[in-house]
Ligand binder design. Sequence first.
Ligand SMILES: *Cc1c(COP(=O)(O)O)cnc(C)c1O
Length: 388
Amino acid sequence: MGKLPIYMDNHATTPLDPRVLEAMMPYLKEEFGNPASTDHPYGARAAEAVEHAREQVANAINAKPQEIVFTGGATEADNLAIQGVVDATSTEPPHIITCTTEHKSVLETCRSLEKRGCPVTYTPVDGYGVIDLNRLESSITDRTALISVMFANNEIGTIAPVADIGKIAKKRGVLFHTDAAQAVGHVPVDVNAQGIDLMSISAHKVYGPKGIGALYLRSHNPRVRPTPILVGGGQERGLRPGTLNVPGIVGMGRALEIASREMYQERETLGDWAREMRSAFESGLGAELNGHPTQRLAHNLNMYFKGVESKALIQSVNSQLAISASSACTTDQVEPSHVILALGFDLARAHCSVRFGLGRFSKHEDVEIATEIITASIRRLSRIGTRC
Ligand SMILES: *Cc1c(COP(=O)(O)O)cnc(C)c1O
């Protein structure tokens, strides 16, 4: 048996792939140059490594290298995309359309822009977490500057009809941003085929390092140019000043290169295993799936265990199994998942749902052990009786 606790929280973060670490090592050691200081080989080699990584990132999403801006992660990319487009709009505060199940980095950016006078529409989803396209399209007005809808949900794994949203956006002359932190490297992403104008990516969700991400910005048809949030040196064409995180960038490039090649096989294997767990929980425990039954991330499983508080379940297994709730826990308080509530379910379901995230380093044995651990724990906890 492998290391304990078994890691099944790959939506929160993924471990660094050893091949990624290997690519990064020289840039943490002897290749320490500043890529903006290219009058000598140290800087020149660092700049070369950054441009190579930019190509790797662009290739993974069918973009051009000059359309990639490196950021400190997907949170920063989301902020730059949404706030940057608003700030670049010269007329009255523009209207933004987003979705109720977005990540906090999108929702909180929208909330802060609302305070600055931007009207925001939070488009509802159905019981599977799929956005209502009719509501989305009918909420577009002359003032709408941006639609921001996530590619794949980090809690329930539902994949959005991205290409359809891209078509609507194009037809109505509105920019389309997608937070693809959970999608890039896990499902095929093609910014052209899917009509994406801006896209946020995070390296640590695809076996790359933390603290590095990117924002894709379409260069033609239309050319997208958000107003930068930070000011300073002119790095990243002035869109994201600050000395580049060279090891992080190199790692991100390598991580996406590997993922582009391996995701198809990975998706199949992890999909089989997740379905295996799901049917064991459904038939053995009467658990129910949260999210779409088929339009979903293969490695995601979000289950509702009726009558068992997720907090109690997670704590009872945490020496053997690392999983998380569909809710953000701050010290003693458990905030119910806004995603589960957005599906139309009650607080009880939001407090009794658990997320499993399989990953590249999961083994079939882990899946079998996890299923047994959860099954035993649910049986024990239901006998004790918890609140939901
Ligand atoms: C993890 C995640 C983010 C934040 O990414 P960071 O790189 O950690 O800032 C944003 N959106 C989604 C959907 C995520 O899963």
